[in-house]
Write a protein that binds this ligand. Structure first.
Ligand SMILES: CC(C)(COP(=O)(O)OP(=O)(O)OC[C@H]1O[C@@H](n2cnc3c(N)ncnc32)[C@H](O)[C@@H]1OP(=O)(O)O)[C@@H](O)C(=O)NCCC(=O)NCCS
Length: 290
């Protein structure tokens, strides 16, 4: 199907949001999962927020004036990573190459920006998007589960005396050092934002940072030198914004611990990448982005 690809403008927000809602509703109901975009308002608000973010770039596909789907590309400076999502195509236009056209356009923009590391979280597990991403060059790195439940703070006992909130730029910088060791690049902007929102926490043992969480939630991420430290960070969170948080499916200890503490699995997802990828060698929680 031929289509025009162009940047999303203010008056495209409603239609792109509605398509996002419809696309997710259709796929999640066929899998029996709750929808990632639970209402039309959610879908519209998501597009509005992304369009207002200077680090996000959104495009849509249209044919004869009819919008067919959209996608966003995000930067997290100074991180060298570019992130793709959400990608949605109206169910009536599915299977006609629109998803591929949108992917080709964002990948070419990422390369124009010299982002050699491109990532996404494919969610929920959906064969069509998995095929599309694989054919576009993405490699599956980490199967994930979205864990859903109430914050554990004050509900369970953990050795969390060493957990502290991030207070200043020095805390951000020290956590970012652990981040760089783990991921191979800085996630300073996300750490700074989480600190400003009062949701960033670190663990310090004998003067050494052994873990941090830039929030426990769908937009947060965390790393820790042990699962004990990761549990302490999770247990310290008094809020879990969004529908839950992602845990690598391979981390049996954390998944099992969360299940024992009343959490449920919401839906599966996959962290996928193009370009260099330094696999974290210590426990970690990815964000919805990467
Ligand atoms: C995922 C989505 C964007 C794909 O859009 P689309 O326009 O249907 O995608 P395309 O037709 O361009 O590409 C799909 C590819 O998968 C292939 N495909 C689909 N099911 C397949 C299967 N079971 N086995 C092998 N190939 C398959 C198609 O043949 C096509 O490949 P081709 O381009 O080589 O022919 C759309 O289905 C959607 O919006 N889904 C709901 C929201 C969603 O899940 N978004 C992604 C979240 S990570």
């Amino acid at each position: 199907m031929s289509a025009i690809i162009r940047p999303i403008e203010q008056n495209d927000i409603d239609i792109c949001g509605k398509i996002g809602y419809e696309a997710h509703k259709t796929i999640s109901s066929s899998h029996g999962y709750p929808s990632e975009q639970p209402s039309e308002e959610f879908g519209i608000d998501l597009i509005r927020r992304l369009l207002g973010n200077p680090n996000s770039w959104g495009i849509l596909a249209e044919r004869q004036g009819k919008t067919l789907g959209s996608v966003f590309l995000h930067k997290f400076p100074p991180s060298p990573v570019a992130v793709i999502g959400p990608l949605t195509v109206h169910p009536s236009a599915e299977g006609r190459g629109v998803g591929r056209m949108l992917m080709d356009a964002v990948l070419s923009q990422a390369r124009k920006q010299n982002n050699d590391q491109i990532r996404l979280v494919q969610s929920p597990s959906h064969i069509r998007s998995f095929v599309l991403y694989t054919k576009s060059g993405f490699t599956l790195r980490e199967p994930l589960f979205l864990m859903q439940g109430q914050p554990l703070k004050d509900r369970i006992n953990t050795s969390s005396d060493d957990v502290h909130m991030l207070h200043n730029d020095r805390d951000v910088s020290r956590c970012n050092d652990l981040c760089k060791l783990t991921y191979g690049f800085s996630r300073e902007m996300e750490l700074q934002r989480a600190k400003d929102q009062g949701v960033a926490a670190l663990i310090e043992r004998e003067g050494i940072i052994t873990g941090y969480a830039a929030g426990i939630g769908i937009l947060g991420h965390a790393v820790a030198k042990s699962n004990e430290d990761l549990k302490a960070l999770i247990a310290n969170a008094s809020v879990i914004p969004g529908p839950g948080f992602f845990v690598p499916a391979r981390n049996h200890e954390i998944i099992n611990w969360l299940l024992e503490n009343g959490f449920q699995i919401g839906w599966p997802a996959n962290l996928m990448t193009i370009g260099p990828y330094q696999e974290p060698l210590i426990p970690f929680l990815p964000s919805l982005a990467y």
